[in-house]
Design a protein around this ligand. Structure first.
Ligand code: AMP
Ligand code: ZN
Length: 473
């Protein structure tokens, strides 16, 4: 079966046909680096990393590009607050972001370009747009894109331009009066006092946000790419503007498939820095096994909203534990097993392949990781009831290979991380001591609170005659 992708452009599922057979060129808009990332930002990272892994599993060679936006108002503001150059801020948070990605098993991209290192390419593309009549220079040196000249404007977001224009008119802000039309957007803007800037034919200044992705995508992937992706908040205006820039400059269609993930919400609202309703990846992975977070993110299809709530994460923890137990069991049996596959085992292996088929069916259907996880858990159940001390080594190895291969597509480990287990054990022991002290001080409310907190992390305490024992739920 071929892979079907929901394309935002056509608002329907389409069969994936690569530009070059056997290859995927894919660009994913990355974060603006002025702060630590929150777990909402981690959703596209995990989702599209999984898409990449699945393509590779299917035998494609994937060229995966994801940028860091390292010049932006927020970065500049933060640099001014700390009284350091903007680069200090962006380099710091790029390094931190890489650590967070690694902790969530998000693989490094083929290339992670940075906007500030691609200014020449941006100046070149903006010049082409001016030459072709798609952009113009205002009196103060700002360069604007002449939006309505691009006939297809609005094709991605399916927006009605007439409504949009009247909306924009009411919202006219400073500087807008030098635009020919309210829909025009900035490609290059003059520097303000104390801001980083670059020389250009128009003025000393810096690029607008949208142009960087058109330029970096062309430089690292070519004029036409297979997949362009990001969170759904990027459809308009960011991706719409990228299409206008790239297609006008290059004269060929830009991306074939546009993929957008829905939001990670908290109490029904989008998790965002500005709303203040966020959890940092850094804090969340200190509290939970990062693999549980990855499992949680993939437990819902990427185009559905996902609600962040402790009980859902705890449920993911319980489910992921089943995967680890199965991995443990196989490892244990492999410790002493020997011998080659029996005829009976060979027949059983054919049966196990059915789980691979349901896994692939789910992933082929617009990367339905929710159903793929179900197939993986069914395989776990099957393994648990088909392996034992009598199993041959070859059988166990083949079963383990299948299990690890499918889990690996989702970026899930099947082996426990010993260091993490030790961390968990010492954390739980410390909390048990705290609870003991609370009880001694007759602070039963605190003792109960500690027990409940541990429970929400999937740890069950049992008061026994020999003292307090604990186990994972
Ligand atoms: P930003 O740094 O805000 O440009 O975001 C980087 C990426 O994270 C973009 O693809 C956004 O669409 C995505 N993103 C931001 N907040 C959320 C959220 N709450 N849920 C899912 N994706 C998000
Ligand atoms: Zn972008």
């Amino acid at each position: 079966m071929s892979i079907q992708i929901f394309n935002t452009l056509s608002r329907s599922k389409e069969e994936f046909k690569p530009i070059v057979p056997g290859e995927v060129r894919m660009y994913v808009c990355g974060p603006t680096v002025y702060n630590l990332i929150h777990i909402g930002n981690a959703r596209p990272m995990i989702v599209f990393d999984t898409v990449r892994r699945y393509f590779e599993y299917k035998g494609y060679k994937v060229n995966y590009v994801s940028n860091f936006t390292d010049v932006d108002d927020k970065i500049i503001r933060k640099a001014q607050e700390e009284n350091v150059p903007a680069e200090v801020i962006s380099e710091r948070y790029i390094a931190e972001c890489r650590k967070d990605m690694e902790s969530l098993s998000v693989r490094e991209a083929t290339t992670h370009p940075q906007a500030t290192r691609e200014i020449d390419g941006m100046i070149e593309m903006i010049s082409t747009l001016i030459d072709k009549g798609y952009a113009y220079v205002a009196a103060d040196g700002t360069v604007y894109y002449r939006t309505l000249k691009f006939r297809d404007y609005g094709k991605l977001s399916h927006k009605d331009l007439t409504n949009m224009r009247s909306g924009f008119r009411q919202l006219q802000v400073t500087g807008a009066d030098q635009k020919e039309d309210p829909l025009d957007f900035v490609l290059w803007k003059p520097k303000k006092e104390g801001e980083p800037y670059w020389e250009s034919p128009w003025c000393k200044g810096r690029p607008g946000w949208h142009i960087e992705c058109s330029v970096m995508s062309r430089r690292y992937l070519g004029q036409q790419i297979d997949i362009h992706a990001g969170g759904e908040d990027l459809i308009f205006p960011h991706h719409e503007n990228e299409i206008a820039q790239s297609e006008a400059a290059n004269g060929v269609p830009f991306a074939r498939y546009w993929m957008h993930n829905a939001f990670l919400n908290i109490d029904g609202a989008k998790m965002s820095k500005s709303a203040g309703n966020f959890f940092l990846v850094r804090d969340v992975v200190a509290q939970y096994d990062p693999q549980v977070i990855r499992y949680f993110m993939l437990s819902v299809h990427y185009r559905r909203p996902l609600n962040w709530a402790e009980e859902f994460v705890a449920a993911s923890q319980v489910a992921y534990e089943k995967i680890l137990n199965c991995g443990d069991n196989l490892k244990f049996l492999l410790g002493s097993a020997g011998g080659a596959l029996s005829a009976e085992e060979e027949a059983m292996l054919a049966e196990a392949e059915a789980y691979r088929r349901s896994f692939e069916e789910a992933m082929d259907d617009d990367f339905n990781t929710a159903d793929a996880i179900t197939a993986l858990l069914e395989l776990v159940k099957w393994i648990n009831s088909h392996v034992n001390g009598e199993s041959s080594r070859e059988f166990l190895e083949k079963v383990q290979y299948l299990f690890e291969e499918l889990a690996g597509v989702l970026g899930l480990e099947t082996e426990r991380d010993d260091a993490l287990e030790e961390d968990l054990a010492s954390y739980v022991e410390a909390r048990i001591e705290e609870r003991k002290a609370a009880k001694k001080a007759r602070d039963y409310a605190l003792a109960d609170k500690i027990r409940d907190e541990l429970k929400s992390r999937g740890i069950l305490l049992e008061d026994t005659r020999e003292g307090v024992k604990w186990k994972k739920i």
